[in-house]
Each structure stands twice: as C-alpha cells, then as structure tokens.
Design a protein. Structure first.
Length: 301
C-alpha cells in the first residue's frame, strides 16, 4: 500500500511516550508558551522520516526525533523563563495529536495524487478487515456495491478499476479463491477500459489487476492472447503472457477440461507463432522445457 499505517502507528506510539516524558519532566518546570510548542511540534512532525515501501521509519529514528524535541523545549524554557506557561499536559497531548493528524492527512493526499488506484484504502474504516470477516451481511453489501461500481459506465475509469482492486482485496481477506460477484463480466469490462484508454499508466495498472483474476474463462485467454500478439508495449505483452499462464495453472486445480483446453491453446500458440517476441515471452513465463512437456502430456491424457 502506498502509505504504511503500521509505520504511522509506531510514530504515534512513540510520540505518546514523549508526552509521558514531558509530564514527568516538567512537573517542576512548566512548558514554555503555547506558540513555541506549536512551532516545535509542527517542525518535528514534518521532519519525521517519510513512509516508504522499502525503508519505513525505524523506532530508533523516531525516538531520536523525540529526544531532539525534548532538548529544544528545555532550551526554550531556559531562554524564556517569564513566558506564559502551559500547565495542562492534556493540552500538550491534544496539540501533538492534532499535528499528527494533519501530517497523516498530508500523506494520504500525496498518496492519492501519486497513485489514485489505491486511494480507496485510506478511506476504509479502521475495522474494515474485521467487519468483512465477521459480518457476512456487511461483506455481501460491500461486494455488491463494488460490482455495481465496476460496471457503471458513468464512473471514471480509475474509480471502476479501484473498485475491482478492492473486490479482489476482499476476496483475499475472506480467504476465498472465487466470488460470484467477481466474474467474467467485471474482468471483461476492465479489459475494455484498458484497451480503449490512451493513458498508458492506467492501461498497465488495469491489465496487472486482471491478470490476477480468479476467473477461468476461455474468452479471457483469447483476450490475453490478443494483447500478447498485438500490443505495442513490451511490458503489457509480458503481462498478457502472465495472464495466459495463470489461466492454465489455476485450471489445473479445479477444471480439468478447461485445463486441457488452455494447455492446447498455449501449445498451439507457442509452436505456430512466427513472432519472436511471443515466443520469447512464453519461454520466459514457462521457464523451461519441462512445462511444455507437462502441457503435451496434459492434452493427451
């Protein structure tokens, strides 16, 4: 996810520790004027390490920031002994939390701007995952709403794709391999949006999501084959090859007849294509000759 709630929770917990420290430290020496507190807090929270997929802020970094904050407040207290005092530790706590909320909102808005596909994640209730698991009626209602959004031509393309991403997320939350609301129609609609889009970034995201679809349907295999043969973007062609192989792997677990059909389709494509890119993609996706041999045996048996 674009923004780590876990990392932010660590920051919040660390700041809470700092508040407790201030309460004990300033029993005999009250805090400096409110305006100084605000400036220090805003600067300190603003300078907290940025959330990142690769390098979330460490606890050590956060505690170092808190220690620096303590030193700044102590120094200001010595420099301004006659300033108006903030006696109430609860007021200081509210100030810290308010600045943290502002910081979190800034991160959420930045995440939405950078990748609007996952903007829905920031709007989910805190207990969303637990409610999906524990309240069947709630899960059913949300799932139905998401399907309606995907099929609604009046919504923006990115909102329809986001709805499919959330539907897919719900399936994983519930530990399901299939959902009746997640069918060929919804995947087909998203592929239509991708193929008609002039936004390459959206197109790539849409096809990435559809290649992870649990829907087994020969019409999807045909669409992935068309992209593999004809698309001008090499990465999209590789995604299409991935989607094609995913159909074969998933069918092995549940649909023996379709498994044979898709194996025959892939073998025919591999053996009869004159397009070096198609052959190269399939070679990379299959990894080695053993899978080809497995497919041959599968079609015969």
């Amino acid at each position: 996810m674009p923004i780590s709630k876990g990392s932010f929770a660590i920051a919040l917990a660390s700041i809470a520790v700092a508040i407790s420290c201030y309460g004990a430290f300033f029993k005999s020496a009250p805090l400096v004027a409110h305006q100084f507190d605000t400036e220090i807090l805003q600067k300190s929270v603003k300078d907290l390490p940025k959330n990142s997929h690769d390098s979330p802020p460490s606890i050590t970094e956060l505690h170092n920031k808190i220690s620096a904050l303590q030193r700044q407040v102590a120094n200001l207290n010595l420099q301004n002994p006659t300033a108006n005092k903030v006696q109430n530790t609860d007021e200081f706590k509210e100030l810290v939390l308010a600045v943290l909320v502002e910081k979190e909102q800034e991160e959420v808005e930045k995440m939405r701007e950078e990748n609007p596909l996952y903007g829905f994640y920031a709007d989910l209730p805190q207990d969303y995952e637990l409610r999906i698991k524990s309240e069947p009626e709630y899960a059913k209602k949300v799932t139905a709403q998401l399907r309606e959004q995907i099929l609604n031509p009046n919504l923006a393309d990115i909102d329809r794709l986001a709805a499919l991403s959330q539907l897919q997320m719900n399936m994983y939350i519930l530990n399901k391999s299939k959902m009746p609301e997640y069918d060929f129609e919804v995947v087909d609609n998203i592929l239509d949006l991708a193929e008609n889009s002039t936004d390459d970034k959206f197109k790539i995201q849409a096809i990435e999501v559809t290649t992870q679809s649990p829907v087994l349907d020969y019409r999807l295999a045909e669409r992935f084959t068309s992209l593999l043969k004809q698309d001008s973007n090499d990465y999209i062609r590789r995604l299409a090859g991935q989607g094609l192989l995913a159909q074969y792997y998933q069918a092995q677990d549940s649909q023996n007849e379709y498994s044979k059909q898709i194996a025959q389709h892939i073998l025919s494509l591999y053996q009869n294509t004159s397009d070096s890119t198609v052959k190269s993609v399939l070679n990379d996706m299959m990894g080695n000759e053993s899978l080809l041999e497995e497919m041959r045996k599968h079609t015969e048996g």
